[in-house]
Design a protein around this ligand. Structure first.
Ligand code: PEP
Ligand code: MN
Length: 674
């Protein structure tokens, strides 16, 4: 993701951006867009040259940068979070220089002001104002300027290879700057959010402001800041800027409803999670630590498997659909592929009109098993989806397979990305996607891999979780098979059920479209998944399924989708803890394991018989006897020995292989007699 900052790499803006957008102390995965002014920074986000921005808003010593609120307003931007950074100033110069060599120091007036005590002790140093602290350090390095010093943090010192002549030269060591994370779209509602920034305009009569504040008090809202800001063009009228925090999100909702009735105007800049204020954490010792990838710990060097996946439940960020069959289930629908703008727009309109789902799915990059097929419309389709989102208000989900796909989805304001079955199986690709979603507001859905491998599926969820994404959903789409079965990707229910047993807090939805590959079986599989306690469905729907460019056989019209959803039995109580309803308890899970193993067993048996037939033909062509005593004796001995090691009884093995042998002899004899 590209993050706009004011100033250059190595500045405190850079630290804040990396701290916030690069999670877990890992500042990688972001690209900086260096802006000269706060105005340029806001413009970069507005015109999409940057995905988001980090912008200073107040300093514990210097106070607020009030004009930045006005910039947010004029550029229609939102606050999605905040970060606190401790400002530590050092005197930097070319290495080898001593403090006696320094004739001038160039720095931002604010930095100079914060270090006056230090410079009083060195009257021989001439003080000059400059625009940007880190930029001076860079200039000294680039131009090998002797006798000149800069005031900047460790980050600039390390990045530009400068010597530190004096450490911590600020007058007051308790110097913190609060930075705002800025975005074109506000956060989705989440109960995790405990802070809001807004401005109110109240009428100019006595007591109105006091009444507004009483509303906040009654709703247990805590004011962390209140400030009046003159309104340009309305002399002596003020808007009141308020930052507030709360314990219970519903208190905030009530307070806003009441304030809305009282204030002349209310502008919510953002509702977000309060930034980490722990002073130890906010003191940044080393840039290297910020930008370097987190060193693998002893634990991470082992086989892993110790990741706690934290979830922001979908109910917190998916708006309710007006005619949803049940509010306890997450429903997603949309075409397999975005083919043309009219196809997409009309399908989306029909789905929106049903009112049963809040999320539209569409494939933009299509993974195809064989070369030469339709591989999706790519970026062109993202522009259509953006329009669909604006027109229908649906959230949009798109499959991604690379970091670049994620970047493009961010540019076009997509809400959800999902990792497809072909990608989940590749940890390199999953990691690339995880790095790209780090620090973004995207929700991520992870389909099971094609191969029936539970660990790969969980591992992919872990990677995305480690990138700080909490809006996570697992999708069960069935597993690839060589066998000709009536279903395209057999569900192997025991695998998703084992996932549920291990990680009951992760919401899982079912994709009956890719499991069945045929529309007449959709309802049956969908119902089974609901009965097993899954949390929702993702279903392919197309306005003209038979003529769909991909997956034509499994798609249904929005109308048929509506009827199908109406015909399902929803089980609201049963699916909250990720565990199945009573009729599908442990026994059911175990039985589905048996079913899967038996199917594998039958496939193996069929393969064995094919080889038996080939051998039969060889024997016939070469005039060999069907029964080869010595070979048979040897085979039985070996099978008994292996079976014993696997704890299988001798009689059982012997009976079974005798039966196999009889069948093989009969098959080969009939070939012989031809
Ligand atoms: C899809 O959802 O259109 C798709 C390609 O699915 P899967 O990754 O499950 O095959
Ligand atoms: Mn598909």
């Amino acid at each position: 993701m590209k993050i706009a900052i004011q100033g250059i790499a190595g500045s405190f803006h850079d630290i804040a951006a990396r701290r916030y957008y690069g999670m877990h102390g890992d500042g990688t995965g972001i690209e900086l867009l260096e802006c000269d002014t706060f105005h340029d920074l806001c413009q970069a986000v507005q015109n999409q040259s940057a995905d988001a921005a980090m912008m200073a808003i107040e300093n514990t010593i210097a106070g607020s940068i009030l004009s930045n609120y006005a910039l947010l307003d004029t550029h229609q931007l939102f606050i999605t979070g905040e970060a606190y950074v401790q400002i530590q100033h050092h005197l930097l110069a070319l290495s080898g220089q001593t403090i006696q060599d320094i004739k001038t120091v160039q720095a931002h007036p604010m930095a100079l002001l914060q270090c006056t005590d230090f410079f009083r002790k060195y009257p021989h140093i001439h003080v000059e104002e400059a625009n940007d602290t880190a930029a001076v350090a860079k200039k000294i390095r680039d131009e090998s300027l002797k006798g000149v010093a800069a005031i900047a943090g460790y980050a600039a010192a390390e990045l530009y290879g400068m010597g530190i002549l004096a450490e911590r030269i600020e007058n007051n060591t308790k110097n913190y700057t609060r930075f705002l994370a800025i975005s074109r779209t506000p956060n989705f509602t989440s109960k995790d959010h405990n802070k809001a920034s807004l401005s109110l305009r109240v009428s100019h009569t006595s007591g109105t402001l006091a009444e507004a504040l009483i509303v906040l008090k009654h709703n247990h809202i805590n004011l962390t800041k209140i400030q009046s800001i003159p309104i340009v063009g309305l002399p002596y009228e003020y808007s009141i800027h308020i930052d507030m925090t709360w314990e219970d999100y519903t208190d905030y909702e009530h307070a806003i409803q009441e304030l809305g009735k009282q204030a002349l105007e209310i502008r919510i800049f953002g509702v977000y999670k309060e930034g980490e204020k722990n002073l130890e954490l906010t003191a940044q010792k080393s840039y290297a630590k910020v930008i370097e990838k987190t060193q693998p710990t002893a634990q991470a060097k082992s086989d892993g498997g110790k990741v706690d996946i934290e979830i922001d439940h979908w109910k917190n960020w998916v708006p309710k659909a007006p005619n949803a069959p049940s509010e306890d289930y997450l429903l997603i629908a949309g075409p397999c592929s975005a083919e043309t703008e009219p196809q997409l727009l009309q399908t989306a309109r029909d789905i929106a009109a049903l009112g049963k789902t809040s999320i539209l799915r569409a494939g933009v990059w299509k993974p195809r098993t064989r070369a030469g097929g339709f591989e999706g419309m790519g970026t062109t389709a993202l522009a259509w989806l953006k329009r669909v989102k604006e027109e229908t208000g649906l959230m949009i989900g798109v499959e991604v397979a690379t970091g670049q796909h994620v970047e493009e989805c961010l540019q076009y304001g997509m809400d959800i990305v999902w990792i497809g079955a072909r990608t989940t199986g590749n940890p390199f690709s999953v990691q690339e996607i995880a790095d790209a979603v780090r620090g973004t507001n995207l929700a991520v859905m992870v389909k099971n891999p094609i191969s029936p491998d539970l660990e790969l599926w969980i591992g992919a969820m872990e990677r995305v979780s480690l990138a700080g994404i909490k809006k996570l959903v697992a999708i069960h789409r069935g597993f690839g098979t060589q066998e000709k079965t009536e279903l395209r990707n057999p569900p192997a229910w025991s695998i998703p059920m084992q996932f549920r047993a291990r990680l009951p807090h992760i919401p899982m939805i079912n994709d009956p479209s890719h499991i069945t590959g045929r529309r007449d079986k959709l309802a049956e599989i969908a119902q089974k998944s609901l009965d097993l306690g899954m949390n929702g469905l993702i279903i392919e729907s197309h306005l003209d399924p038979d003529n769909a460019w991909t997956d034509a056989k499994q798609q249904i019209t929005p109308k048929v989708l509506g009827e199908m959803l109406d015909g399902l039995t929803w089980r609201p109580e049963s699916n909250d803890d990720g565990l199945a309803t009573e009729e599908y308890t442990k026994l059911e899970i175990l039985r589905s394991s048996i079913d899967r193993l038996d199917n594998e067993f039958l496939e193996l048996l069929a393969s064995r018989m094919n080889v038996v037939r080939e051998i039969g033909e060889y024997k016939q062509q070469n005039g060999l006897e069907v029964l080869q005593e010595a070979r048979w004796k040897d085979l039985m001995e070996k099978r008994l020995s292996v079976g014993g090691k696997l704890n299988l009884g001798d009689t059982f093995i012997k009976d079974m292989f005798d039966r196999l042998h009889t069948e093989s002899l009969e098959t080969q004899s009939s070939i012989h007699s031809k």
